[in-house]
Design a protein around this ligand. Structure first.
Ligand SMILES: [Cu+2]
Length: 467
């Protein structure tokens, strides 16, 4: 069942207001200046995929190699480390119900591993087990089955305590795309683009290493890259665009809006569909966060995707700027927005058996630095818990829980605008965010942490054991 977009929205704003907003942001206005700019910008690259052998039904077999590599970043050759020699990392595309057997080959000069961020798979064995450490020169075979309900956008990166920030900033991160039986493609008649957001700073032909001052605020790069290039442009084939974002940055918040005051229609957060599409003027992707949106190109003008700064610790370091441009299709196609997406079990606070504080402060959680020998929270399989995420710091911290998605119950006492499932959520400075977690399915030791990788590396991480 679908809604005509015109009746669902009615949000188009007068052109005058767009031009005012555009001039405030010092953006190129539509017309000749933009056409000129387009002439100098690259096409949006489609990211390569990890080759998977599917000769045995239900099984996908592949290989991923972490190694020093010379990669192309926005047209420049850069010496860094990369997965399968590409930047950002290649797409791991799987189907729900499929078993992945992935050989991870570590050709780095130090220990590494893989974290499958967002997948609801065991934190043990050969699955999303971040306790596995693969020494330099050795290999490890990961293997897990993708359960139903995981269709969406996730990502992978190393998870070695103390070394994640360095390796991720250098380029070790890539997207995971899970296909499901109902991805809405047939209903939507849209173009589908995967957009990996990653910032970087170069020093000569190298990626700049961390500086001492960058551990407290987190390292942000000077170049805002979409699929590895600055300000790409793409020509749509259909009027409806499905954009799937992954924030693979260490510490940059990507707050996005569209030019011309056009709305996004948010259909998923963190690899989980919403119940209904939600119109939004802005979306915020914290480090590690994902979102899927629908965008309408129902005019003749190009549409810009605009980065907005986020004030953290009272400062915003980067000016508003366009980061990509969508050109309308040669021939318009019908735009239909879905009225209903999925239904999911709402967290019922009255069924929670435990409510506890998780206090966030710089480099620690509940005043404790990460200790791999200590279990910080023990929970029972099948139980429901409420965690009060209390940020007592003077800066925001993006909160990540491995293995389970959670639902936000309230933010400083106020319920969120709509129900959603998250594995990342921004806890603003001084804020209290209550989340509900239902510990279904998996047992074992797993992690919760700040996803500024600089913070988690320095100790802002803790261990959850579910038995
Ligand atoms: Cu933090």
């Amino acid at each position: 069942m679908t809604l005509r977009h015109s009746s669902a929205l009615g949000l188009a704003l007068p052109r005058r207001r767009f031009l005012q907003a555009a001039s405030l942001l010092a953006l190129p206005t539509i017309g000749s200046r933009l056409n000129h700019a387009i002439g100098q910008t690259p096409d949006l690259p489609t990211l390569p995929e990890i080759t998977l052998d599917r000769s045995e039904p239900g099984l996908a077999v592949g290989r991923i190699v972490a190694a020093p590599a010379r990669v192309r970043i926005d047209g420049r050759m850069v010496q860094t480390i990369a997965y399968n020699g590409v930047f950002p990392g290649p797409v791991l595309r799987l189907r729900e119900g499929e078993t992945l057997r992935l050989t991870f080959e570590n050709r780095l000069d130090h220990t590494s591993n893989l974290h499958f961020h967002g997948l609801s798979i065991p934190p043990t064995g050969r699955a999303d087990n971040i306790w596995i450490q693969v020494p330099a020169g050795e290999s490890f075979e990961y293997e897990f089955t993708v359960p139903p309900g995981n269709a969406g956008v996730h990502w992978y990166h190393p998870h070695i305590h103390g070394a994640t920030a360095r390796d991720m900033f250098a380029g070790l991160a890539g997207p995971i795309l899970i296909e499901g039986p109902r991805d809405f493609e047939d209903d939507l008649d849209c173009d589908d683009r995967l957009l990996v957001l990653k910032d970087v700073t170069l020093e000569g032909d190298r990626i700049q290493p961390h500086r001492a001052t960058e551990w407290s605020v987190g390292k942000e790069g000077d170049w805002l890259l979409v699929n590895g290039v600055k300000r790409p442009v793409w020509r749509a084939q259909r009027s409806l665009q499905r954009l799937r974002f992954v924030n693979a940055s260490n510490a940059r918040y990507w707050r996005l809006r569209l030019g011309n005051d056009r709305p996004f229609h948010v259909i998923a957060h963190d690899g989980r569909y919403l119940e209904h599409a939600q119109a939004a003027q802005e979306i915020l992707l914290v480090p590690g966060g994902r979102a899927e949106v629908l965008v309408e190109l129902d005019g003749a003008d190009p549409l810009q995707l605009i980065y907005l700064p986020t004030a953290r610790r009272g400062m915003a370091f980067t000016a508003p700027q366009p980061i990509a441009t969508l050109l309308p299709p040669p021939t318009p196609t019908p735009i239909r927005l879905p009225s209903q997406l999925v239904s999911f079990e709402r967290f019922q606070p009255e069924l929670a058996t435990v409510e506890r504080d998780v206090v966030l402060s710089l480099f620690n959680i509940c005043s404790q630095f990460m200790d791999p020998e200590r279990v910080d929270i023990r929970a029972a399989l099948g139980s429901r818990e409420i965690w009060r995420l209390r940020n007592v710091d003077v800066m925001d911290h993006p909160f990540h829980l491995h293995t389970w998605h959670y639902q936000v119950l309230d933010i400083n006492g106020k319920p969120p605008a709509y129900a959603a499932q998250h594995d990342m959520f921004n806890v603003r400075e001084g804020a209290v965010v209550r989340i509900g977690i239902h510990f279904t399915e998996h047992v074992g030791r797993t992690l919760y942490h700040c996803h500024f990788t600089e913070h988690s590396d320095r100790g802002m991480m803790a261990i959850l054991q579910v038995t």
